[in-house]
Ligand binder design. Sequence first.
Ligand code: PHE
Length: 347
Amino acid sequence: MAEKEEALQNLEKIKADALAVLEDVANQESLEAWRVSHLGRSSPVMGVFSSMGSLDKDLRPVMGKAANEVRQALETAFEEKRQLLEAQALKKALETEQQDVTLPGRPIAHGRLHPLTQVLRRITRIFGDMGFQVYPSPEVETDDYNFTYLNMPPYHPARDMWDTFYTKTEGVLLRTHTSPGQIRVMRDRAPEPIRAILPGATMRYEQLSARSEIEFAQVEVLVIGENVTFAELKGTLEDFARRLFGEDARTRLRPSHFPFTEPSAEMDVGCFVCGGEGCPVCKETGWLEILGCGMVHPVVLEYGGYDPEKFSGFAAGMGIDRSTLMRYRIDDIRYFRNNDIRFLRQF
Ligand code: PHE
């Protein structure tokens, strides 16, 4: 009898000890630790179950029942504590993580136009005011449009003026300038007169540097009509330069050579960094080259579907990256296309 009393008392003690410790458990981690030491495999209650074999036969059912009750009591206490802790944690979270609905909202970051797009739009507006239409043209071109129809037959050394990206498809390339678009407008409009600009991306197989990129933007200008003269080329382009760079912008035309214009010229504007005195930007010349131009070559007119005896015209092509670079004194052309928001935000 004494043995039984002792064993039952021992069980009661196990229970009381465990519940006393549980009383002080205040968070999930110590609750889990409590579960391991008081209900786990090597806990005292479980010890009672495993020592059952060494007990007196008639004692076993009594002890088994009592031990089960203790275990159940501890499990219930555990579950109650678990729920209590959970409720406490939730209450605390609701109190401390409360949202202040009176706070002002986060501002939405507004995008803005890329500096090249801004310049392109100004150019488009200026030519628009002069009655020019914008004509879209493809960036992937054929060899014929990029060269042959522009008076550069296959194997003609003039093609070397452009470092070209060829594709694996014979005769297909990335356009090196917007001039192939001239032929496309002409073939579309002939024999109507044309006043159009063709803006877009152009690609050249060049060494990347602060001054050159493999992709850059150009705007092509094309005027075709009867009796279009070099005087109109000069008047139009000088007027354009004044509208873009300011009323007092100085310009000059220098003789040049392009296979698709005759005669050909390049237009410079007075350096807007040094005002013409000479500086590193204009390489001490006082002038910045902004475009190539000339009277459309008779061969090109013919490829475009115009009779050179009756029609004449002028064309110009300008790269807008480099002038934008100089305009905003940007020291590296690669900023334009590397999508760095810190750079773009400045414009
Ligand atoms: N396409 C020429 C270039 O990229 C520029 C140009 C256009 C010259 C039209 C004359 C006429 O260098």
